[in-house]
Design a protein around this ligand. Sequence first.
Ligand SMILES: Cc1cc2nc3c(=O)[nH]c(=O)nc-3n(C[C@H](O)[C@H](O)[C@H](O)COP(=O)(O)OP(=O)(O)OC[C@H]3O[C@@H](n4cnc5c(N)ncnc54)[C@H](O)[C@@H]3O)c2cc1C
Length: 496
Amino acid sequence: MLNLRTPKRIVILGGGTAGWFAALTLRRIFSANVEVRVIESSQIGIVGVGEGGLLNIHDALLRNQIDIKEFMAETDATFKWGFSYEGWRTGKADDKFYHLFTSARGEGAQWVEGGFLPYYSALINQGVPLESWIRGFQLIKNNASMEEAIKAVDEDRTDLVTSFHFDSYKIAKYMKKVALSRGVVHEDVLVKDFVRNEEGLVTKLITEKGEVELDFLIDSSGLTRQVMAKMPGARWQTFKDYLLMDSAIPFYMPHPNKNPMLITRAITMDAGWMWQIPLSTRVGAGYVFSSKHKSEADAIDEIQKYLGFEIEPHKTIRFDPGCYEQVWIKNVMSLGLSSGFVEPLEATSIGQMIEQLRNFERVLVSSQGIISENSIREYNEANLASWHGIRDFLRMHYDCTRNDTPLWQEVNKSPMTDRYAEFRKCIQERTPHLIDVENYAINGWGGIFHPVNWMSVAVPLGLVPVSAAGMDLLWLSKDKQQKALDFVKKVQEKGW
Ligand SMILES: Cc1cc2nc3c(=O)[nH]c(=O)nc-3n(C[C@H](O)[C@H](O)[C@H](O)COP(=O)(O)OP(=O)(O)OC[C@H]3O[C@@H](n4cnc5c(N)ncnc54)[C@H](O)[C@@H]3O)c2cc1C
């Protein structure tokens, strides 16, 4: 049992996006006589990437009483309505598909029958691209301005769910400002070590200026994983057999189009792929690659040839894709990069961090601070299952047909996880159903991605045969089949 009923001090090690989100959450939960302290070192700084959110960021900002307009202005934010995947099938310039943020919004997703979405099954069965019915898609295609996008949202002319692109330094700075105004204590000092008592609880951090006593520690120290890496029982689970990317070269570039795009681009390269994240002032970009297939110098050369101009690369980031099997051990919880990381192909890191915090809040509040080891164990199991969902979703992106370079040839042959292989067999016979993602929903945890998200990638990659969607429709009564087919006809006639 862990007693957090009357803690004196909660320490958050790290002042990146994860640390400040945690600070705002804990300041909100605990009464004013509990100190919430963020310790970070300006000598180390933050990772300085991570500029695209997922569907849950809007709610997380509201949950923490952040004013959305102020957030957007202070972080150079733009709307993020999804992703475009470019070159994943043929590697050619005209090879593009979209994974848009619609999930449960819009007419197509409203009707659920027997755990599947008949309108989607009908679209797949009739070979109609899934984005065609989505109101607002034309704004993305026509490179609409942010003013037009905001107007469309205000006038309810879009089915898209709004997430954001934002500047990673400015988000940390802005959240710090808000957190300090709410009484969060801040200390800029290098942490060198920590002390545990005979029960294994961390009681103090040793900094270069002295000791800081604590009752609970959030380790959000980024890729250095200062505390969790040294906690007895912490086991790292690598995903490197399934996800081959292990390096990234970030850089900034100007907007390629008139207006910032309303989506993140993921463009395949010879040994990986390039992200382009449009902010109001610049594009944050980077080449994620497999170091086995490309050196750093060759990667920079390839970027410059592709873009047609010279870049100023930031420091290359190396990573082992994976996560801790237990992110919560005793009175320490790792969060953000310190808990795990996989390539940012679906920008999952901040999204997963937000889910982890949301569930931490749920456990804390519903236990009234008297937390049983059972809850901690189940929390860890659910968190790991969520990571497995992310791992498998990313692996599915590499179940693609591009095969013109050694990396893409190896990708085609790389192993699948048992979970993904089993899911893949099922979607030969029917579309992805709610049950496939609800499996991840242990103890009320939702998987980050809905069947609509899985279909948005699986269908363009050719992983869901037309016949599988037909089998869904056959399961319906005749009038329901007709209703689904009438919807497709309407979509085709409207010519969205
Ligand atoms: C290449 C790349 C691309 C990414 N793209 C995306 C994306 O598109 N979308 C997304 O959601 N996520 C993305 N991420 C992940 C995203 O960057 C992180 O989830 C997010 O920035 C949160 O980082 P963090 O707060 O965990 O760590 P950091 O920002 O690295 O912060 C770590 C903090 O710990 C402090 N610290 C470390 N050691 C010590 C010490 N010894 N003493 C004192 N302080 C210490 C540092 O000073 C810093 O304040 C990407 C990551 C990478 C590597």
